[in-house]
Every structure is written in structure tokens, then in C-alpha cells.
Design a protein around this ligand. Structure first.
Ligand SMILES: [Zn+2]
Length: 431
């Protein structure tokens, strides 16, 4: 199913013409109205009129998260405040948040972009959709909210938390679509099971985003909530959700390429990598009026394919992200992504999908510990079985990561449950 078939199946030649036209307009607006971009262009010795093909994009300097912080709150805006009609901000763990502004047209394009992604996985006007993202400055909840309304679904703006009530409404209202982070969906499934309402739920579709989730974790969520789980991707700096998302075939996330140009670079050198190679995703917005962003370094690690998809969409697809460069832990010279640990844990039946990863430095040596919950607490009474299981997990982790990792098995339900983005990695070496 399509929300905007003409745009989503546009022949690539036509699409690239449209991208170039929008890129040139966008770069010109940035150069003319933004002090930040004028300086970036001047420092690089280029002017927007030198962009005559899409490959000229490589000459434009990158934008990074610090540019948002340094221009806090509104200096990244290109449109005057009179034209701005929404402000969002992402919660920075340190320092100032990054602020994003939208014009009326930006909001309309935003909800169109998200609507495409949710229709592509089967959301429709008959659906009753429960938004269990936290409402507020975060772009996730309102981003999905307006798109769901746009396609005519009935939206329940539940927000995150209050999980027992969440589950009760889900049953009483006959909710068919759940919007949340994957880790919160996992917890909702757990509470539905404990309160005995799982069998009464009518969920059929999960629209999950805002954190990376392995295929194994997703299968676990599908089993516990009996729904079809799908992944969509975005970030507030370039818009919010609606940048890319899976179609019904779940073979990568289609970019809304008429509104964004994706590139993959080598995070160390900044060099552009060819199709299929894994590196850092860089995004250029093509239609944002309030706050266009040129070549934003997302720090997300993925790859791109331009092969036409079975669904008929012509837009490039990105692989599910392996994680962020920020999440990557370097342990004794080995790069470890939390998603690699997750894949190993999810394949082992005796442990639950709840874990944390702790990095420490002891005697000038980095150590890594994985704490994971047992599904059956009685195992704690048998030293031999416990040791056997610990050895098995340690072995699997060594095979996957090439590292010796300490494994601690803890009681069922002893680790904290996440209501939003899960905090699973604790790097105590930075303290
Ligand atoms: Zn597709």
C-alpha cells in the first residue's frame, strides 16, 4: 500500500533531478540566510552555484551535533520566527539540548513523510493506534500522532509509562497499532502477560523506533504481543521520525529520498563509501524551510542499497542500524556494539531479553561484564547448572566478539524496565 504512490515509485532519473533542484535551492537559502552555513561554505571555498550535480554534494562541509549546541537556541533557523509554528528539542544528556523549528509547511511535509512509512507497513484508517512514546519536546510522539491522524486512524495519545493502565486501555479500546520504542513494547508484553490480558488484545501492528533493536529482539516482541513489528528511523536534527522506514517486506528501511539525501561515509576519514559498504550515515534535508540541514553526521552505522524493492518503491533502503558510533565500546582494541551482545543473549532460552553491559577499567585493563536475567529463578539454587549456563553464554560471546566477557546471571525481573529508550550500556571507564 502507498500513501503517495507517485512520489514513492518515482523513476530514479526523475527523482535525482528533483533532488538536485531542491539541493540547489536549499544550499542557496542556507548560504544567504544562515551565518553558520555561509561560514562553512566560505571556509571550504565554495558557493552554492557551484553545485551542478548531485555528486557536488561532497564539497559541502558536514554539519555536526555541536553546530546545534553552538547555535542554541535559534541560530540554526533560516526562516523568521513569524513563520515558525512548532519547536521541539532533544534531551541532551550533557549541556544544552538541540532545538528544532518547523514552519507550517514543514509540519505538513513531516506528517506526509511519516504517513508514507506507516502506510507502507499496513496502517490504515480503521486502525486504533496507541502512542506509547513520551509526549513532550521529543519528536517521536507528535511525529507519529499527526501522521496517524492524517491517514484517518483513531489515535490514543497515551504517552509512555503507567503500563498497567496502558494495557487495560489497549484491551478495552481494542487497540490494533502500538507506537513505542522496542524496549517499551517488550515491557508492555511482559505486563500484559502478568496481568492475564494478552489473550484479549487485538494488536496487529507495531510501529517501533527511536532505538536500535536486533531481529532477535523483534521476534521476541512479536511473540509476546502477537503483532507484526516494524522499524522506522529518524532524528530530531533533520526532522524527527519519517526519514526512513520499512515496507511490508522488511528488507531495509526506505528513505523518503525526495526530502532527504543519504550518504555513507567512513567515520574516521569522512570519505564517501560506495553502495553496500557499512559506515556512518550522513543526511541532507531537501525541503525543510525553517531549518535546513546540510550533510548532518548522524553517528548511526548502516549501509545503503539502491536496488529496486519488491514493493515497487524506488527509494534507497538503509540496513537496520547496527548502533551508533557513540554506543560502540572499544575493549582491549576490539569494537563492541551492544546489538552484537543482544543477538547472542536473545538466542539463549534460559535467559530473558533483559540485560545491561558494564565496562570498567581495572589495573589499567578494560573489562566488560554482561548482566542478564534468568527466565527461571530456581536455576540460582543449582551451582552446577548456573555455571554451565554461564560458560555457554561466555563461549557464545567469545565466538561473536572475539573477547572474554564476564557474565553475571541475575534473578528474574531484577533489572530496570525501560519506558522509553533503554539504557543498557554503562561505561564506567569515563568516570
Ligand atoms: Zn520495499
Amino acid at each position: 500500500m502507498f500513501f503517495d504512490k507517485k512520489a514513492e515509485t518515482m523513476p530514479r532519473g526523475e527523482l535525482e533531478e528533483l533532488q538536485l533542484r531542491r539541493l540547489r535551492e536549499n544550499a542557496a537559502a542556507c548560504y544567504e540566510k544562515s551565518r553558520l552555513y555561509r561560514k562553512k561554505f566560505d571556509d571550504a571555498g565554495i558557493t552554492p552555484d557551484k553545485i551542478t550535480s548531485l555528486s557536488d554534494l561532497r564539497h559541502i562541509p558536514f554539519t555536526v551535533k555541536d553546530d546545534f549546541r553552538d547555535n542554541y537556541p535559534f541560530d540554526m533557523f533560516v526562516a523568521p520566527m513569524g513563520k515558525i509554528c512548532r519547536l521541539h528539542a532533544s534531551s541532551g544528556t550533557t549541556g544544552k539540548p538541540t532545538v528544532v523549528g518547523y514552519t507550517k509547511k514543514d509540519l505538513d511535509v513531516w506528517s506526509d513523510c511519516v504517513a508514507r512509512l506507516i502506510v507502507a507497513v499496513g496502517a490504515r484508517e480503521e486502525d486504533i493506534a496507541q502512542v506509547a512514546f513520551g509526549y513532550g519536546l521529543f519528536t517521536g510522539a507528535l511525529g507519529l500522532h499527526y501522521a496517524l491522524e492524517k491517514i484517518g486512524a483513531a489515535v490514543i495519545p497515551m504517552s509512555s509509562g503507567n503500563t498497567e493502565k496502558q494495557v487495560m486501555l489497549m484491551r478495552d479500546f481494542g487497540t490494533t497499532v502500538l507506537v513505542s520504542t522496542p524496549s517499551y513494547a517488550l515491557h508492555i508484553g511482559e505486563v500484559a502477560g502478568e496481568t492475564g490480558v494478552s489473550k484479549d488484545l487485538k494488536l496487529r501492528l507495531g510501529l517501533f523506533g527511536s532505538e536500535s533493536c536486533t531481529v532477535e529482539m523483534r521476534e521476541q516482541i512479536e511473540k509476546s504481543l502477537d503483532l507484526f513489528a516494524t522499524d522506522n528511523y529518524g532524528m530530531s536534527e533533520v526532522m524527527g521520525p519519517g526519514v526512513s522506514g520499512e515496507c511490508e517486506f522488511r528488507c531495509g528501511l526506505h528513505f523518503n529520498e525526495d526530502h532527504f539525501i543519504p550518504e555513507i561515509i567512513d567515520p574516521a576519514t569522512g570519505e564517501i563509501l560506495p553502495e553496500g559498504k557499512t559506515g556512518e550515515l550522513v543526511i541532507t534535508t531537501l525541503s525543510k524551510e525553517a531549518q535546513p540541514v546540510l550533510r548532518y553526521r548522524t553517528r548511526d552505522i548502516t549501509s545503503l542499497t539502491y536496488e529496486k524493492c519488491e514493493c515497487g518503491r524506488t527509494h534507497a533502503r538503509m540496513e537496520k542500524t547496527a548502533g551508533r558510533t557513540d554506543d560502540m565500546l572499544k575493549i582491549r582494541g576490539v569494537n563492541v556494539f551492544p546489538t552484537q551482545v543482544e543477538s547472542v543473549i536473545m538466542a539463549i532460552n534460559e535467559v530473558a531479553p533483559y540485560y545491561v553491559i558494564i565496562a570498567e577499567r581495572e589495573n589499567n585493563r578494560d573489562t566488560l561484564e554482561v548482566k542478564v536475567e534468568l527466565t527461571d529463578g530456581s536455576l540460582l539454587d543449582s551451582y552446577a547448572r548456573l555455571e554451565g549456563l554461564r560458560d555457554k553464554i561466555r563461549h557464545e560471546l567469545r565466538v561473536t566478539l572475539g573477547l572474554d566477557i564476564k557474565v553475571s546471571l541475575v534473578e528474574p525481573k531484577s533489572l530496570e524496565r525501560s519506558l522509553g529508550k533503554a539504557k543498557r550500556v554503562f561505561d564506567n571507564r569515563k568516570k
